[in-house]
Design a protein around this ligand. Structure first.
Ligand code: SPD
Length: 290
């Protein structure tokens, strides 16, 4: 195994110690790009059935075929949970998919976008133009920086912070620590909220329990949402949310029809449904163990 994943008889398999003994495989046609950046191995495949696929350190980040579910939920669920989001920070997500979705919100005025690895942005602009299409929006400022350091230096600035991180192996590890969450809270304006990539309650309940525990200890309102993503191992991923005011479980505003018509996954019904969780996860939310 290399940190590019495994290729066998034309199939890419996502083998990772974080989900021992289970893997998603996609038949691939061509490796379009493969290079180690300062931070990680970046691979871009043409798959046979799911369009192009971005892989970082052997882990699938997205495929063109189903990326919309993750990117729409990571953007619209937190933004529609807030009554009036004007200032938004995105950490990670160098492919630009979450940014594309945020840009659909006309009322958002300032979007700070902080990504540690500029190469991911460059590769996405070159190979994933349908995702990396929002960097030139005049509201967007791109910061090539460590997200943890960036939030440490910003106090009381944002209505919504979205952390589109990779998994807690490699450069994303620090984004799963208590200190980072404390810094996120301090970077919020009064009434602000955060949404972070929250892993899978089937594959790593230990991580989910840790993230929920941190959020519960820091925020008066917290929640955990489920997102279906067929090409992530386990078929889904979660979003951890902490709020200084907004209630989270339902949209705080009507989703305008013009915006809704541009989406494939998010809707006000999906917003509410995402928080309906299996009983064992409900117990984790209450701190009653796994
Ligand atoms: N296990 C994969 C988690 C990947 C989360 N980030 C995806 C980036 C898409 N914008």
């Amino acid at each position: 195994m290399t940190n590019s994943g495994i290729i066998d008889k034309g199939w890419f398999s996502e083998i990772c110690p974080m989900w021992e003994g289970i893997a998603v495989s996609l038949k691939v046609d061509k490796l379009l790009y493969s290079k180690k950046s300062r931070f990680q191995q970046i691979d871009l495949y043409q798959t046979c059935s799911h369009g192009r696929m971005l892989v970082l350190d052997g882990i699938i980040q997205l495929t063109e075929q189903d990326e919309f579910s993750y990117q729409e939920m990571m953007a619209h669920l937190p933004l529609f949970s807030h009554p009036n989001p004007k200032n938004v920070l995105v950490i990670g997500g160098g492919d630009g998919g979450v940014l594309r979705e945020i840009n659909r919100h006309d009322d958002v005025c300032v979007i700070d976008f902080c990504e540690i690895d500029e190469e991911v942005i460059n590769v996405s602009k070159r190979f994933l133009p349908s995702m990396a299409c929002g960097f030139d929006d005049p509201r967007v400022t791109v910061h090539i920086k460590d997200g943890a350091a960036f939030v440490r230096d910003h106090h009381g600035c944002y209505d919504v912070i979205i952390v589109d991180s990779s998994d807690p192996v490699g450069p994303g590890e620090v984004l799963f620590e208590n200190q980072f969450y404390q810094d996120l809270k301090r970077a919020l304006k009064p009434g602000g909220l955060i949404a972070t990539q929250g892993e899978s309650f089937f594959l790593h309940p230990d991580w989910v329990e840790k993230l929920i525990g941190i959020t519960r200890s820091l925020f008066p309102i917290y929640a955990y949402a489920n997102i279906i993503v067929p090409t992530y191992t386990g078929g889904h991923i979660g979003m951890c949310m902490g709020s200084l005011g907004p209630k989270l479980l339902a949209p705080a505003r009507t989703v305008p029809q013009v915006l809704q018509s541009q989406l494939k996954y998010y809707s006000s019904g999906v917003h509410r449904a995402a928080f309906v969780l299996p009983y064992f996860v409900e117990k984790m939310l209450k701190g009653e163990g796994i």
